[in-house]
Design a protein around this ligand. Structure first.
Ligand SMILES: [Zn+2]
Ligand SMILES: [Zn+2]
Length: 485
């Protein structure tokens, strides 16, 4: 999610200085000249090409830092909290104003999360005109730039996550992705991202045109006037519902770029930095399930479980109920679960790699029955399930007593082990497999398959490159079975 202020509205036609203009289309039904998507003619190796050929500004150092600051953003991000702190010292907080400030925090915050983010940046649902105007107005009260500017940065963030073309690249550190990227002039332009759909949107254009008036009105006048006219608390309205609330909305949404790329789990994909965490959700009006969000950005939800905190999702669902929103997009459950399964298997694979399993059957010597008998005279060897086991170190540890083992030395104890005398546990079978020293020549009897594979190895997580090898389970491949249809 992005942020920062932009006080001077830029006309839609000037917002994109670079995209090549196509000749106006001839179809009569187009109401006006259509802006070509900004990424229409980019090369296939755009990211690598741009990073290599586009000149970046020199790094910020002790010698140049004062020239490299964005003083407008810096002022707004420092003066607002200063007003709030000094004002709070001199102004008593009345409960009506406190309630109003929290309420207004949610109003302006939802303008960003439900409006700027999920509606305009991601088109995750359709909103009716009245709802669009309400969200554009509320979002202006968060003073984070116009919808068009904000969405352009956010789309670049999603497309170039964690690269230098991502305007809030989380690899540059927590504070950079939180506020640094606004305070210091960016070293590079954000990667190209198309917002031609927004240029055509009447509400987006309206907000762009009136942006300065809207931020003054919604950022400070409305919160002050409601408290002033409502219960006579003009100063409190300005300090708490205006400045302090704005400060909270700012850092709340900034957390989506910083905290959500830093704290928590990656249950869907760990390739990039986005993470899921309830704390992030609590401070961002529900934008905390960011690992999910980066995987399924056009889903109107951030939290997919009913008990997870996502008021933005609840708000959009409510708007659908009252007929102001429609076409809420939801990714297919099957694809969502695939992502989760991939990560679960990955973790299981790591756990599997930390364990030692029985020696590979192909690495064990094949021993004849006679040779087994001969060697069993010198050390404690027992055949179970076609494998020869050296149980010397275990004889005295056997829970059933050493005599049950010693009487089977030099013999085939398969039946006794698998239920004849005692139906051994999975643990016993796993442990027994670790004592394998050879394979009995002549193979195993039919029907013993289950007894050959220790329980811990019956299901294994295999990489695709390992499929078909001796250790893979039920992954045999043959051309005749590979027919489609
Ligand atoms: Zn997003
Ligand atoms: Zn993100």
């Amino acid at each position: 999610m992005s942020s920062v202020v932009q006080t001077r509205p830029v006309s839609p036609s000037k917002a994109h200085p670079t995209p090549p203009q196509t000749p106006p289309r001839k179809q009569a039904k187009l109401p006006e000249k259509e802006e070509e998507p900004a990424d229409m003619n980019i090369p296939d190796n755009y990211v690598a090409w741009t990073l290599k050929n586009q000149k970046a500004l020199p790094p910020v150092s002790w010698d140049n830092w004062w020239r490299e600051l964005n003083y407008l953003s810096l002022s707004i991000l420092t003066i607002t909290p200063a007003i709030a702190l000094v004002g709070a010292y001199y102004t008593r907080l009345r409960w009506e104003t406190a309630v109003w400030s929290v309420f207004y925090y949610f109003v302006t915050g939802l303008g960003i999360t439900a409006g700027y983010h999920r509606l305009w940046a991601h088109r995750s649902y359709n909103a009716s005109k009245p709802l669009q105007y309400a969200l554009a107005t509320a979002g202006a009260g968060a003073v984070e730039g116009s919808i068009k500017w904000w969405s352009r940065g956010h789309r670049a963030h999603h497309r170039y996550t964690d690269t230098d073309l991502d305007p809030y690249n989380a690899h540059k550190g927590f504070w950079y992705s939180h506020v640094g990227w606004m305070i210091v002039k960016p070293r590079r332009k954000p990667g190209v991202a198309d917002v031609s759909d927004l240029s055509r949107n009447e509400v987006v254009r309206w907000q762009h045109r009136w942006y300065l008036q809207l931020i003054i009105g919604m950022g400070f006048l409305v919160p002050t006037f409601v408290a002033g006219l409502g219960w006579g608390d003009w100063a409190g309205g300005f300090v708490y519902a205006g400045a302090a609330r704005l400060c909270f909305v700012h850092h709340s949404t900034f957390c989506v770029n910083s905290l959500a790329h830093w704290l928590g789990e990656a249950p869907f994909d760990d390739k990039h930095t986005p993470r899921d965490h309830v704390i992030t959700a609590l401070v961002t009006i529900g934008e905390g399930y960011h690992n999910f969000h980066h995987q399924f950005p056009m889903d109107y939800r951030n939290a997919i479980k009913w008990y997870q905190y996502d008021p933005t999702k609840w708000f959009i669902a409510l708007m659908q109920k009252v007929g102001l929103a429609s076409h809420l997009k939801v990714f297919p459950e099957n694809e969502v679960r695939k992502g989760q399964l991939t990560m679960q298997l990955k973790r299981l694979r790591e756990a599997q790699e930390n364990l030692t399993f029985a020696p590979d059957v192909n690495e064990l010597p094949v021993i004849s029955w006679e040779s087994f008998q001969e060697q069993a005279a010198k050390r404690s060897l027992v055949v179970i399930g076609g494998f020869i086991h050296d149980v010397s170190a275990f004889v005295d540890e056997h829970p059933g007593g050493r005599h049950l083992i010693t009487k089977n030395i030099g013999k085939d104890a398969t039946t006794a082990f698998f239920g004849g005398v005692y139906d051994h546990s999975n643990a016993a079978h796993n442990w027994l497999s670790m004592m394998r020293v050879g394979v009995l020549h002549g193979g195993t009897q039919h029907g013993l398959d289950d007894k050959n594979i220790p329980p811990s190895q019956r299901l294994r997580v295999a990489r695709y490159s390992e499929l078909g090898s001796g250790n893979a389970s039920s992954t045999a491949y043959s051309d005749s079975e590979g027919l489609i249809g």
